[in-house]
Design a protein. Structure first.
Length: 95
């Protein structure tokens, strides 16, 4: 049976290179989006951490190709200088 929600707070081990760390964590997010498309119910919700970086647009476009609603938010608990943000997606485009 499919599930209602996938929440991911995954981040790759840091290397010291902010650009590389963002790419690696965003790749995890993209993989979680792909997995979610297989295991979520049609009205399911996906929430994940990602970072503003050179591949942010690719992750955003992937999410928009799979989900009808895609939004981004930065929690108050996240430091203002952090490139961390979260993606909130809901309702799959196809089953």
């Amino acid at each position: 049976e499919k599930i209602d929600v996938v929440v991911s707070d995954m981040a790759s081990d840091t290397t010291g290179s902010k650009a590389l760390d963002a790419i690696r964590t965003n790749q995890l997010c993209a993989e979680a989006i792909q997995l979610s498309s297989e295991i979520l119910k049609f009205q399911g919700v996906f929430v994940s951490k990602l970072f503003m970086g050179e591949d942010f647009i690719q992750v955003k476009n992937l999410a928009k190709s799979i989900f009808k609603k895609v939004n981004f938010f930065k929690p108050k608990s996240s430091r203002s200088e952090s490139k961390e943000t979260y993606i909130h997606c809901e309702i799959l485009k196809t089953l």
